[in-house]
Design a protein around this ligand. Structure first.
Ligand SMILES: N[C@@H](CCC(=O)O)C(=O)O
Length: 290
């Protein structure tokens, strides 16, 4: 039953009595992962979730690969200690720059956004634009994954350094955000793209604005939706789907819990209880030994 899992050779040996009841860990640098959480609520309503936002260290998109790998390790190490049965990297930057490295370092299955997003992009079109953080765009992760699936697909990527800070500051309706969005989309519109991939989980928060600038003909691909579909399949394959009533989502951040509670209320529709978690004590020593 396990043999067709993509985690073959890296199986999570669950020792608890009812592993299905364990939560799924979902993480991002900030509120971006809430767009993935929304998909989890829609597609996997029975699952319990631990959401972590690394708000003390965002934005990730201008960090080095070494930093992103280290932050990702610390978060997954913490999530494992909280007993998660699976981790969804709800962050394209971590998925692009850290997934390959950390997947072999942990027992817990870890899902990233790039491959599921690329599969959906290839189904949607052939002239594909990707908007992403500078680190993700520079990594070429989406472009390589898309062209590996369809070598005829044409892919143009644009790094969008201003989007994450604007979204985290809740400046979505600010005219300046529209100006910035137009400058990022213009080169893609000139290429006559038929599909646009949200190469960062923060960007679906700009869906209304982006749709108004793109017109109706360009298809929007949300890798967050695709990774949750993949998660559903993995849970099924591993016999880990929760059949019990879920517990309320636990929210944790590395920065100010109050600030996160305030900024996430508009996306969640309620004010969450948010814990502050200090990942510093998990620092390098443990990982140097790995
Ligand atoms: N949500 C982001 C992280 C962006 C950032 O912190 O720069 C991503 O998907 O890449």
């Amino acid at each position: 039953m396990f043999s067709s899992s993509i985690f073959e050779g890296n199986l999570y040996h669950l020792s608890e009595k009812e592993p299905q009841r364990a939560p799924i860990g979902v993480f991002d640098s900030g509120v971006g992962g809430l767009t993935v959480l929304r998909q989890v609520y829609e597609q996997l309503p029975n699952e319990s979730i631990i959401y972590f936002g690394d708000t003390a260290r965002l934005p990730y998109g201008i960090r080095s690969q070494e930093e992103i790998i280290q932050f990702t390790r610390e978060i997954i190490f913490w999530m494992e200690s909280q007993g998660v049965k699976m981790v969804i990297m709800a962050c394209s930057t971590s998925s692009a720059l850290a997934l390959q490295t950390v997947r072999s370092e942990f027992k817990v299955p870890i899902l990233g956004l790039i491959l599921p997003g690329a599969v959906s992009a290839v189904k949607a079109g052939k002239r594909i634009g990707v908007i992403a953080t500078p680190a993700t765009a520079k990594s070429n992760a989406y472009k390589l994954a898309i062209q590996e699936i369809n070598s005829n697909a044409q892919v143009w990527q644009v790094g969008c350094p201003e989007f994450v800070p604007l979204i985290e500051q809740n400046r979505i309706d600010d005219p300046y955000t529209k100006e910035v969005a137009l400058s990022y989309l213009e080169p893609l519109l000139e290429k006559d793209i038929d599909t646009l991939v949200y190469g960062c989980t923060h960007y679906p928060h700009l869906a209304t604005l982006l749709r108004s600038l793109l017109g109706e003909s360009v298809k929007l691909v949300d890798p967050g939706k695709s990774v949750v579909e993949a998660c559903n399949q993995e849970l099924e394959l591993l016999g880990l789907k929760n059949t019990f009533p879920p517990v309320p989502t636990r929210f944790a951040v590395s920065g100010s819990s109050q600030q996160f509670a305030q900024s996430s209320v508009q996306w969640l529709g309620c004010t969450p209880m948010v814990e502050s978690v200090n990942l510093e004590h998990l620092n390098s020593n443990h990982f140097r030994l790995c």
